[in-house]
Write a protein that binds this ligand. Structure first.
Ligand code: ADP
Ligand code: MG
Length: 336
């Protein structure tokens, strides 16, 4: 394995889901939840995935974690063919790739003490035994800013932010090389969310761990990511260094995302995506470029041809025939 090889790499990932009318109904078609996604994460790097609800971010996260099998495409992780790994080798390798989800309430077991939950991966992966387990658990709790006394608590006795810290401690227990975080702060108050983002940034610095950080809020993603991939309708429409994507967006959709984030934060309304036009149908997506019905600079060609994700100088790529023609506007300005 050459040192230039990314820690994680996915090529042309596709995930289709059958949609049915009613529980036992006939097939109503297929959702192309993920529709040809390629991405790479270098060692120690944080890749942010951003986009509206339904754009395929979580599905991509589950494919990366091997919680689901892709319909098509390949993945490599840490020098191995990750999409082909199975059985004992897959189980053993799972210690190197861990996850944190939006809702620790549902990812933590309500009837197990915090200490036992953080210890579980240590036991399952046979990393630590006997008395050393309690010491390791205390160290992990300290790493995420919790006191050793938290080990004896039940999740319901903790605040939302403390529960997310527990979920992070458990994810860190096996010493992963890659952490996949899916909307880890979306259920938290703004100030608590900020603390958790700082914790994640700090842990990553201290451990040299890579991360895939998923959120619908571009402002949140920009705080933690080195690179950002913008999702629309199951595809990546823009990808590049986080600072460039935010300062010099190339795709009209990213421009709209930025305007929405700026508008909602300056108006004091809760952060989120308020974008003009209907989100695309995922069962019958628009022809050509899926963004064309909402795009302020769309031309006839955009309804016919699908623009490929094309790399430009500076490692900044966009899937738009007219990329860069639309410049961001200040909040409150005209839409185009
Ligand atoms: P995001 O995380 O960006 O909100 P998702 O990856 O959750 O998007 O979903 C992408 C699309 O795939 C959505 O249209 C969603 O309804 C569909 N989808 C996701 N998971 C399933 C599933 N298990 N069965 C059927 N459709 C699904
Ligand atoms: Mg999601």
């Amino acid at each position: 394995m050459s040192s230039a090889e990314p820690l994680f790499e996915a090529r042309d990932l596709v995930k289709l889901y059958e949609v049915r009318r009613g529980v036992f109904g006939a097939s109503a078609g297929k959702v192309r939840a993920v529709d040809g996604v390629s991405l790479a994460v270098a060692r120690g790097e944080t890749l942010g995935l951003v986009g509206e609800s339904g754009s395929g971010k979580s599905t991509t996260g589950r494919l990366i974690l091997r919680l689901e099998k892709p319909t098509a495409g390949q993945m490599r992780f840490d020098g191995e063919d990750w999409s082909a790994l199975s059985g004992g080798r897959l189980r053993a390798k799972r210690r190197d790739i861990q996850m944190v989800f939006q809702d620790p309430q549902s990812s933590l077991h309500p009837l197990l003490k915090v200490g036992d939950q953080v210890a579980e991966p240590l036991r399952v992966q046979r990393i630590t035994r006997g008395r050393a387990v309690a010491e390791r658990v205390a160290a992990l709790l300290a790493d995420v800013g919790l006191s050793p006394a938290a080990a004896d608590r039940y999740p319901a006795e903790l605040s939302g932010g403390q529960r997310q810290r527990v979920a992070i401690a458990r994810a860190l227990a096996t010493g992963p090389k890659l952490l996949v975080c899916d909307e880890p702060v979306s259920a938290l108050d703004v100030s608590v969310a900020g603390q958790i983002l700082n914790l994640l940034a700090d842990l990553r610095e201290r451990r040299g761990m890579a991360a895939v950080f998923i959120a619908h809020d571009l402002a949140v993603v920009a705080r933690v990511a080195d690179r950002i991939a913008v999702f629309y309708c199951g595809r990546i429409v823009e990808e590049g260094p986080a600072a460039d994507v935010v300062a010099r967006p190339l795709h009209p959709y990213t421009v709209a995302l930025l305007a929405a984030a700026t508008a909602s934060s300056s108006s004091g309304s809760p952060r989120g995506l308020v974008l003009a036009g209907e989100p695309p149908s995922r069962v019958a997506p628009p022809s050509g470029c899926a963004f064309h019905p909402r795009c302020p600079i769309a031309r006839p060609r955009c309804a016919v041809d699908t623009p490929p994700l094309e790399e430009r100088p500076g490692g900044h790529a966009a899937a738009c025939f007219y990329a860069g023609e639309l410049r961001p506007v200040a909040a409150g300005g005209p839409p185009v």
